[in-house]
Design a protein around this ligand. Structure first.
Ligand SMILES: [Zn+2]
Length: 454
């Protein structure tokens, strides 16, 4: 009995000592990011010298070269370019949408959805049918009330949801498969209310698909304001016509790269902790929050290990993935290479929720990672990042799940993310330096803990 009690006390003293050392090291990590961090400066260069970098574009190719240099500058021991094939879609000229009815002409601000086909060169002109759900589309379609018309998916974000991410999750189907569903009833085009939480005139683009569609119909996003204007105009005259024009085009898949920076681990160099964001962005903004922020945070993890004087036990990889937005070519290539080379991943972390104030992490239960992460909550609490949700990951690390890799998603505050997501407003000036750095520090601290305890 006595021995057990002694052992118990020794364990407590030992773990208290370990926690104390960890809190000192996490403090050092934060000191690095908040005084010497390179994330903000790197983001400025990426956004202002390269800007929007849709897959397959010259800007995307430039961003690969930039990421390689930035990773070496951060202290990577090696940097690899990992080949991948990516979607190549171009927007072409500025799109046009006008609603007309006797005595009225209303300009609607729209943009083509990524992957959309174009309208005929001369444009198109058709009546509009407004729907609030796929069920409504089905009902109208079965009554032959959709044929030859433009389907207008007018579904706003549910303001009662606390997470705007949840609202996005609920509505994004109208953007992604809306054209397939509408074309089955003979629709000629779709207009989708932007996946947005703010009332302004910036349309939000994003990926759509024609998988399983017999006919490819052009698809557009309407700005929040344009969706309201069109709904009001339809009330005034349900027979109104919309003129639509776009010149976008999909080309053959193009060769590109993921950029992978690595710091060799001192104890288990063949076991990896990876952290990544995506290097590609939509073409309309600068890809600042989505996902320049995630890329520069990932790159700065290498700077953190070097500058805070911490030598990782495992190898750390920062990955700038290519083609997350419209094809996941980079994610697929990394997963394929993982299988081929039998890379052992201790954990995979993705940061793709914007450079906003960090709240915590979504951690999946694989290999006991979630339970382990819960034990770190007292260490994370002084930094307000102790929210550990069950289940997490991201689109780029998702394909690693099948290899039993514990996946973790960085979770910043998302209240303002869908104000600017996939729009012309996703620019460097929208990123707050301190919030970006606090996010980077949160990610760096988590990696330090995983590296130590796994
Ligand atoms: Zn993203």
């Amino acid at each position: 009995m006595k021995t057990l009690k002694t052992l118990f006390l020794i364990t407590i003293v030992f773990s208290a000592k370990a926690q104390n050392k960890d809190s000192v090291n996490i403090r050092k990590i934060y000191d690095y990011y908040l005084t010497e961090g390179k994330a903000y400066k790197n983001l400025e260069v990426l956004c202002k010298t390269i800007g929007g970098r849709i897959s397959g574009s010259p800007q995307a190719a430039k961003s690969v070269e930039w990421a390689k240099e930035a990773m070496y500058a951060a202290g990577a021991d090696t940097v690899y370019l990992e080949p991948c094939m990516v979607t190549h879609w171009e927007r072409g000229g500025k799109e046009m949408a006008v609603a007309t009815y006797p005595g009225k002409r209303i300009n609607l601000t729209v943009c083509a959805l990524g992957g959309s086909t174009s309208t005929p060169v001369s444009g198109m002109n058709a009546a509009v049918v407004e729907v609030k759900s796929f069920e409504e589309l089905k009902n109208l379609g079965e009554k032959n009330l959709v044929k030859g018309k433009v389907v207008f998916y007018n579904v706003p974000f549910n303001p009662k949801n606390i997470s705007t991410g949840q609202s996005y999750g609920e509505n994004v189907k109208y953007r992604y498969v809306g054209a397939v569903k509408a074309s089955k009833y003979g629709a000629v085009a779709t207009l989708v209310r932007s996946m947005s939480s703010v009332n302004n005139d910036s349309p939000h683009t994003g990926a759509m698909t024609y998988d399983s569609a017999d006919v490819k119909i052009p698809s557009f996003a309407l700005s929040y304001k344009a969706a309201d204007d069109l709904a009001a105009a339809l009330k005034a005259d349900p027979k109104l016509l919309v003129q639509l024009k776009s010149t976008c085009k999909t080309f053959k898949d193009t060769a590109s790269f993921n950029v992978i920076g690595e710091i060799r681990g001192k104890e288990k160099p063949d076991e990896y902790i990876i952290v990544g964001g995506h290097l590609d962005s939509w073409d309309n903004g600068e890809g600042a929050h989505d996902d320049g922020a995630g890329v520069v945070q990932s790159i700065d993890v290498m700077g953190m290990f070097k500058k805070a004087g911490l030598k990782p036990r495992h190898s750390i990889r920062a990955i700038a993935f290519m083609n997350e937005e419209n094809g996941l070519g980079g994610a697929k290539a990394y997963a394929k290479e993982t299988e081929k080379k039998k890379w052992k991943h201790i954990a995979a972390i993705e940061t793709d929720g914007g450079g906003f104030t960090p709240r915590g992490f979504g951690v999946d239960t694989t290999a006991g990672m979630y339970k382990l992460a819960l034990t770190w909550k007292p260490l994370l609490e002084p930094y307000f990042i102790n929210r550990i949700n069950k289940g997490g990951g991201g689109a780029d690390i998702g394909p690693l799940e099948k290899f039993g890799v514990p996946c973790i998603g960085f979770e910043p505050d998302v209240q303002r993310y869908f104000d600017i997501h996939h729009t012309q407003d996703d620019t460097f000036d929208k990123v707050n330096k301190r919030e970006l750095e606090l996010g980077a520090a949160a990610i760096g601290s988590l990696i330090y803990l995983i590296d130590k305890y796994k």
